[in-house]
Structure formats: structure tokens, C-alpha cells
Write a protein of this length. Structure first.
Length: 409
């Protein structure tokens, strides 16, 4: 008889403890309740103050209106505010007194209205100022969260919000953000550790292979076929080393640059031109351009890689005769600008975005080309982003490209 299947295992327990629900969620001092109480209380206080002012003004107006605008003296009626007839029939005299009383009442109402409007305007200014101050106080934790997020965007993953105060929505958001930062920091630490280990594990066997091949090729008695095979293997090994170096540099440059210093793009570009001069001379490509000082804060090695990759690409992807590469640097609108322009084949505008992707080339070119391993412009874009800059590519009229790198000064 077959054994009965084992009962299903319970799902694994999560590695983190989910937050427990509050026993009385309706008593939680949420932002909605706090803002409701705050603005409701402000409205109530403002209404009480306004009602008191209107009451006082109305009492004063009624006191003014209750005073008779006329008085009887020596059998006749006189008035300082109304124009009463001294000698008239009772009907005319009564009409004049009614008009005088109505005019005095209207004057009191007009005075009440104008004073009430002034009081309302003053209370509105005070209410807006108080509301602005209270809203800033209530929303101040959002500013703290924003400042921490900006610091994290600058590659400081060790920063935490650690918001204290009532257990409301903002504290819940801050705690969740802190947990996310903790996981991101662990992930980036693991990535850096992996890059370091991969750098050692991948470089060592390639270096050993290169040494062995060079030793065999140095033997003058080796057959011609073996020497040809050794040269082919040595070129393949060198290409693999370039690919490994490019991948490791691409992985490192995707992060923000922590250690920065003043770097002159003109000096970096000049060094890149000097390193590429022999290759350009062999291909008949003219190197030219005016390089003005443009100092930025960054990593000199990585910025030199930007210039070197752009100049090498401009030389390698050029025309057979009469080609040129122009390398310029300048400061424009508060940004340091490196521009590399070259002659070359016509590049369709719809293929511009593809050239920045790893292992992507134009049209029929493949990664097996002798012009590189297909990571040059990907590294340039990653290094530029890590420095807070951007790279733009634009087809040049007549063939070639205009590569423009902008970095904050």
C-alpha cells in the first residue's frame, strides 16, 4: 500500500514583523482628525470674536440711535442734527420728526456696517496668518522627510528620518521610508561586495591566461600555426578583459559618487586626446578643438573615462579619408559642457537612443567588431548620471554625431 502523502507544510514565517493593529483605531490621532480639530477650533474662535465685536458695535449704534435728535426748549422744538421747522402745523412737524429719526437710524446702521467690515478684514488677515503658521507646524514632518530623501538621493543611504511624535499617517510614512532605506542600504552593500568579489574572481584567470599566452608566444621555436593561434587567443583574452573592466566600471558608476574633488574638464579632455592621438593618426583622423577651463566636482578617473570613451568612439566610427574629431569644453549657463563632434556615417535620428544601451550598435555592427565591446557610451551615460549630469547625442548634418555632456559646476 502506498504511503499517504505528507501534509502540506505551513508557509514560512516572514522575516519581518508586520505592525500590529491598534486596539482602538478611531482614537488614533490621525492628520485628518488633527487638521479637523485645528481648523474647526480656529473657525469657532474666529466666530466668537466676530460675534462679540458685532455685538459691541450694535450696542454702540443702538445707543447712538436711541438718543433723541431733538429737544423741547421753551415750548418749541430745536435740533442740532435735523432741520425742523420752528412754526408749522402738527402734521408737517410730525413728518419732519419722523424723517429726522429715520435719518439718524440709517446713519447708525451705516456706521455699524463699515466697522463690521473692517473687523472682518482684520480677523481674516489674522486667521490666514495663524492658519499658515499652524499648517507649517503640522506639515513640518513632511519637510524632514523631503530633506532626508534628498540626502539619500545624494548617495547617503545611512540617513534615517527617525520621526518622533504622535502615531499618525506621517509617522507611519516616515517609519516605512526608514525600512525601505534599510533594505536599500543592504542591497547596495551586497552589490558593492559582489562587484569587489567579481572584480577579483574574473580578473585573476584572465591575467593568468594572458601570461601563459605571452610566455608561449615568446618562444622563438614555436610553430607558425601555434603562434597564430596564440595571437588569436591573446586578442580574445584582451577583449574579455576589456569586457570585464567595462562591466565592472558600469556597475560601479551606476551609484552616486561619494568622493568628489575639483576636476577640470579641459585637462581631462586633453589627456583623452593625447591617449587617442596615435590611433587617430593611424586612421587619418584629425583631432582639433578649443578647450576652455571648466572645473566640476567629481571623480577624475571616471570623468577621464567619459572623455576617453567619447573620443575613441569618434575616432573609430569615422570616415576613411578626411575625417576629423573636434573636442571642446566650456562653461555655459552654470554648467560645464564637453562636446565631441566627429565626421562619420549618417546616423538616423531614431537610432540615437539605441547607442546608449549596452552591447547595442548602429545597424549591422555586432559586438564582435574590433571597435570595442559595446559598453563605451553606456559607461559614459552612467558616469554622467552619477555626477548629476546628462549626455545628449544629435546626428550631425552630413554624417557623424555631436555628443554633448553637461555637468553641474
Amino acid at each position: 500500500m502506498a504511503a499517504s502523502p505528507a501534509p502540506p507544510q505551513a508557509p514560512p514565517k516572514p522575516t519581518w514583523d508586520p505592525p500590529s493593529a491598534a486596539p482602538f483605531p478611531w482614537l488614533r490621532p490621525t492628520i485628518r482628525i488633527r487638521l479637523t480639530l485645528l481648523y474647526g477650533g480656529m473657525f469657532l474662535i474666529a466666530g466668537i470674536v466676530l460675534l462679540s465685536i458685532i455685538y459691541l458695535l450694535a450696542a454702540q449704534a443702538l445707543n447712538v440711535g436711541s438718543d433723541l435728535p431733538f429737544k423741547i426748549t421753551s415750548g418749541s422744538v430745536t435740533s442740532d442734527t435735523c432741520n425742523l421747522p420752528t412754526k408749522a402745523s402738527p402734521e408737517v412737524f410730525n413728518t419732519a420728526m419722523n424723517d429726522c429719526v429715520n435719518e439718524q437710524r440709517q446713519h447708525a446702521l451705516d456706521s455699524l456696517l463699515s466697522r463690521s467690515l473692517l473687523a472682518l478684514l482684520g480677523l481674516a488677515v489674522i486667521a490666514f496668518a495663524f492658519g499658515y503658521a499652524m499648517a507649517g507646524r503640522v506639515l513640518s514632518p513632511l519637510g524632514r522627510i523631503t530633506r532626508t530623501a534628498r540626502a539619500v538621493a545624494g548617495s547617503d543611504l545611512s540617513r534615517r528620518i527617525e520621526l518622533d511624535g504622535p502615531d499618525d499617517e506621517l509617522k507611519e510614512l516616515a517609519d516605512t521610508f526608514d525600512e525601505m532605506l534599510e533594505r536599500l542600504q543592504r542591497a547596495f552593500t551586497a552589490q558593492q561586495r559582489f562587484v569587489g568579489n567579481a572584480s577579483h574572481e574574473l580578473r585573476t584567470p584572465l591575467a593568468i591566461n594572458r601570461t601563459l599566452l605571452e610566455v608561449h608566444l615568446s618562444d622563438p621555436g614555436a610553430p607558425v600555426e601555434l603562434q597564430q593561434l596564440g595571437k588569436t587567443l591573446l586578442a580574445t583574452n584582451e577583449r574579455s578583459e576589456q569586457l570585464v573592466e567595462g562591466l565592472l566600471l558600469l556597475a560601479r558608476s551606476d551609484n552616486q559618487i561619494v568622493e568628489r574633488g575639483p576636476v577640470d574638464l579641459a585637462e581631462v579632455a586633453t589627456q583623452a586626446v593625447d591617449q587617442t592621438h596615435a590611433e587617430a593618426e593611424a586612421k587619418g583622423v584629425e583631432l582639433r578643438g578649443r578647450r576652455a577651463p571648466a572645473v566640476v566636482q567629481g571623480n577624475g578617473v571616471l570623468l577621464e573615462r567619459i572623455a576617453l570613451n567619447l573620443v575613441q568612439n569618434a575616432v573609430r566610427y569615422n570616415i576613411a579619408e578626411g575625417g576629423w574629431v573636434e573636442v571642446t569644453t566650456e562653461v555655459e549657463h552654470g554648467l560645464a559642457v564637453l562636446v565631441v563632434t566627429n565626421t562619420g556615417p549618417v546616423v538616423p535620428a531614431y537610432e540615437i537612443d539605441n547607442i546608449f544601451e549596452p552591447f547595442r550598435r548602429l545597424r549591422t555592427e555586432r559586438t564582435g567588431s574590433d571597435k570595442g565591446v559595446g559598453l563605451g557610451l553606456s559607461i559614459v551615460r552612467s558616469v554622467a548620471r552619477a555626477h548629476g549630469g546628462h549626455i545628449y547625442a544629435q546626428p550631425r548634418e552630413g554624417g557623424g554625431l555631436v555628443m554633448r555632456v553637461t555637468l553641474p559646476v
